[in-house]
Design a protein around this ligand. Sequence first.
Ligand code: NAD
Length: 363
Amino acid sequence: MNFKIATIPGDGIGPEIMTEALKVLDKVGEKYGHTFTYTEVLAGGAAIDAVGECLPQETLDICKSSDAVMLAAVGGPKWDNMPGGERPERALLGLRKELGLFANLRPAMVFPQLADASPLKPEIIDGGLDIVIVRELTGGIYFGERGTEEGTPEGTVAYDIEKYSEKEINRIARVAFDMAMKRDKKVTSVDKANVLDSSRLWRKTVAEMAKEYPEVELDNLYVDNTAMQLVRNPKQFDVIVTSNIFGDILSDEASQITGSIGMLPSASLGEGNFGMYEPVHGSAPNIAGQNIANPIATILSAAMMLRYTLGLSKEADAIEKAVNTFLDQGYRTPDLASRTAVEAGDYTTTSQTGDLIASFITK
Ligand code: NAD
């Protein structure tokens, strides 16, 4: 089959890691008989430099007419002094909004070969970890009514409203249950239903949807308990579904317990399987242009795209297997290698990593 992918290399290490991800995708295409047609588009600092704005209309048009979007990273010190609304990172908000991306998927994976990198004790993380956090991305308190009232008898008062509709909750819950069906069939819905009305509606709506998925086990947890459980016993989780603000905080916590930011992919999904796929990390300007960035998060983002948007799960498995082979054989990018190894120059470069992982793709 032929798939149209819009690619946004962006800034900093973006172009280097994107090149490696496309190398791996091309190898998948060759082995499995698919063609990926890439259209490279501008966003972020690169777009500001080229056309004076961080998210040109042409970029949006091409993204919308593609099957999926792959983004590396945007931003960097060169543009740090620009006003907030004009900074490269605004492109991310614009893309989410214009592409209708309402679900953010952040896997928190610890590869058993890298368990040492986790700040958690070996007995907690032993054998690796594989959780997905499904975060609602376009509703809740970040988008609710807000305001600041000055000069009240209590001084200045400010507020932000957490508001969810059944429609929004249903939409995100469906993503979580569908995902659980492709994984270990367990959903943990996270809320604060002991205090918040919006959480009580969340819990009730998720429970209704669970009836459509009798094979999936549903658990409800309060967000404070979830924050504790993520460090005490993270292996109890398979798919976590939660609101925008709780998901923001929990997904950052979960990424820290993996210990290696260069390994973490993410996806933002819209209606009808459309999605944008990107590593969790930023543009790492401190290491840009040196061929030392870890491209694996971007390569694993490509695997997510195959699985969740293009419906190619065998091909996605092949990429994840190839990454495992790379680690099993002892290859390490500088961020994964020991300090002594890095000082001795004993590490795998960005381009070697892409070459090796591509060579490990099997059918
Ligand atoms: P960062 O994620 O870019 O870097 C944090 C640290 O992790 C740095 O030491 C960096 O060298 C290292 N690192 C990150 N990715 C790596 C990789 N693939 N391989 C090896 N090491 C890696 O975060 P930051 O330094 O806070 O931000 C840098 C720029 O990126 C800023 O302009 C920020 O706004 C932007 N940013 C963009 C995104 C995005 O595009 N989605 C996300 C976060 C930050």
